[in-house]
Design a protein around this ligand. Structure first.
Ligand code: F6R
Length: 608
């Protein structure tokens, strides 16, 4: 969602801010802006639209300032417009604020400020913060920010500048990420390290209620309660190039093609073949509690939720745990089923999804052991959990999640393998699973080799306005994920359905104008899925099957077939989903869609 970049240093700030904003574009936004302090005055440029439009506007006004802030806004309070774009200022334009998150009591604060004579020039919740700081300011910017934030409820990652402090910037965080980049004679602030990785890989992650004050050559951190704190400086391993397209037309395609490597990275050093077990170092310190638990709750949203759904089937197969999978936005308000010993595993690419974090906080309050499976190192989820596992998948920029979904599935299989081996799973069963996992990178590469063929198949389906995806057992979440990918980036109406459920209603929709994508890999549900396909065929429905290599018979039922490699029943769903990712991508290409930034979607959903 919204993105923040701030800079104080010895270089011209504007190009650094624009580069940072470009790198944050993947989060999804509808307006953008920057502000600098030049000759003791605020200069601010904002646009509704894309960062390139901001670049064009700035070309007319070169700034030499070495301090500035930038923001990409994804509208929450107030429509997307130039007036609502950040940075926001106080009345006399001495204070500038960029903000991610939601000020929950902004309405009452706005009424109170208005009664005290403050005028508002936007509909945003953020603007109240600029006026509150104005009211609290007596010469010390850091103290003014603290006094203002003590009146605020809600979430924020925010950065503040004041024209009377032209070499200083203050940032704060509560519930919304904020990271400090430490350079040589330059400091940066951002909502995401990718915004400044080109300049420095030394990062300090702020904790909730931290306040940092930066100057070009130093910084100090304390808390809203005036308590000095020390936060570690971490070295970020991601190369900035990893966030570039490397010759692919879209990040999504690049990330789909990275999967042999991201799966290898997810598995690296985590499988012990001779013992048929996984070793997940991040879980070592909670292993005893994990071994003894009877109850696992997986909580997540969107694609990460489908990874959780897939995992439930795998856990049921490999362990004796009772596993529940929860949609975070629902779980956070339900009476969560937390029993003594319950383990709650949050699954999130970004580690910042507001609903998932809130559901986990709630479960933690009720005594659950909180674990995380997360891609973004240092993210909120990695901080609120007692232990966890990183995907090591590198930055995922495309809004539609691809490489992290398959990585999540593999890691969840490894967790199930680990726990299963402490229960009934034999060493030989374990060895078979280890081998199956190790074959996946090569098998995914085989699917990727078929990209030109999948493109030609997609061309036959892209003109339909609807599409059904069916699958059973392990392939049911894969059908859901395939439908989500298609609708997200092509805007074709797509629905995922458990194949056995079709006859309870959905079959009414089937006719020659409503194609079905059938996940029919060779597993114990194969015959059942074939029966469902026959039902569709007899109603004139067009069908594309994802089938296991060597299954010649299926070509007599389906109109088109994409073959994926054989593996253990639950593992062959993983190459199958790669075929669906490519299918969705090429349908969206046929329809001329904005693939990396689909309409209305944000990469990281940091508001409720
Ligand atoms: C879909 C997609 C979203 C995310 C969801 C959760 O392609 O990317 O559905 O999966 O917003 O995000 P994370 O995994 O960051 O918690």
């Amino acid at each position: 969602m919204c993105g923040i970049i701030g800079y104080v240093g010895n270089k011209c700030a504007v190009p650094i801010l624009l580069e940072g904003l470009h790198r944050l574009e993947y989060r999804g936004y509808d307006s953008a802006g920057i502000a600098v302090i030049e000759d003791g005055q605020l200069s601010r440029v904002r646009i509704q639209g894309k960062v390139n439009a901001l670049v064009a506007r700035l070309a007319e006004r070169p700034f030499a300032s070495t301090i500035g802030m930038g923001h990409t806004r994804w509208a929450t309070h107030g429509k997307p417009s130039e007036a609502n774009a950040h940075p926001h200022t106080n009345g006399d334009e001495t204070i500038m604020v960029v903000h991610n998150g939601i000020i929950e009591n902004y309405q009452i604060l706005r009424e109170q400020l208005t009664a005290r004579g403050y005028c508002f020039s936007s509909e945003t919740d953020t603007e109240v913060v600029a006026h509150l700081i104005d009211e609290a300011y007596t010469g010390d910017l850091t103290q003014a920010v603290k006094r203002a934030l003590r009146k605020v409820t809600g979430t924020y990652g925010l950065v503040v500048m004041h024209t009377a402090h032209p070499d200083e910037m203050v940032a704060a965080r509560r519930g919304s990420p904020m990271v400090l980049g430490v350079g040589n004679n330059e400091m940066l602030l951002a909502s995401d390290v990718s915004a400044f990785l080109r300049l420095t890989n030394r990062a300090v992650y702020l904790e909730d209620d931290d306040i940092v004050t930066i100057r070009a050559d130093n910084y100090t951190i304390d808390t809203l309660a005036d308590k000095p704190v020390t936060r570690e400086t971490e070295r970020i391993e991601w190369q900035p190039d990893a966030a570039e397209r490397n010759g692919f037309p879209h990040y999504m395609l690049k990330e789909i093609f990275e999967q042999p490597e991201t799966i290898t990275n997810a598995l690296r050093g985590r499988l012990i073949h001779s013992e048929g077990i996984a070793h997940l170092g991040g879980l070592d310190k909670v292993l005893d509690r994990l071994k003894n638990t009877q109850h696992l709750v997986i909580v997540s949203c969107g694609t990460s939720y489908y990874a959780g759904m897939y995992a439930r089937y795998v856990f049921e197969r490999l362990t004796d745990l009772v596993v529940e999978v929860e949609i975070a936005s629902e779980m956070r308000y339900r009476k969560a089923n937390i029993r003594p010993g319950t383990v709650v595993l949050g699954v999130s690419q970004s580690g910042e999804t507001a609903d998932t974090i809130a559901a986990m906080h709630e479960a933690g309050r009720k005594g659950a052991l909180l674990l995380g499976l997360v891609n973004v190192v240092g993210s909120t989820m990695s901080r609120i959990t007692e232990a966890g596992i990183y995907n090591h998948g590198g930055p995922e920029i495309g809004v539609a999640s691809t490489k992290i979904f398959t990585s999540q599935c593999c890691i969840l299989v490894m967790i199930a393998l680990l726990l299963g081996r402490f229960k009934h799973l034999s060493v030989t069963d374990g060895m078979e699973i280890v081998s199956g996992l190790e074959r996946l990178p090569e098998q995914i590469a085989q699917v990727l080799d078929q990209a030109p063929y999948i493109r030609s198949v997609a061309a036959n389906y892209a003109h339909y306005d609807n599409c059904l995806f069916i699958g059973r057992k392990y392939n049911y979440p894969i059908a859901m994920e395939g439908a989500l990918k298609l609708k997200e980036i092509s805007y074709i109406h797509a629905e995922g359905c458990a194949a056995g459920e079709m006859k309870h209603g959905f079959i009414a929709m089937i006719d020659p104008s409503f194609p079905t994508l059938c996940l029919a890999t060779k597993d114990m549900m194969y015959d059942k899925v074939i029966s469902n396909m026959q039902e569709i065929k007899s109603r004139g429905g067009k069908m594309l099957a994802i089938a296991t290599e060597g299954d010649a018979a299926i070509a007599a039922i389906a109109d088109d077939v994409i073959y994926t490699p054989a593996n253990l029943d639950f593992l062959q769903s993983i190459p199958a989903v790669v075929a669906l990712q490519l299918f969705a991508y090429y349908c969206a290409i046929e329809r001329g869609r904005d693939i990396d930034q689909p309409r209305n979607l944000a990469k990281s959903v940091t508001v409720e």
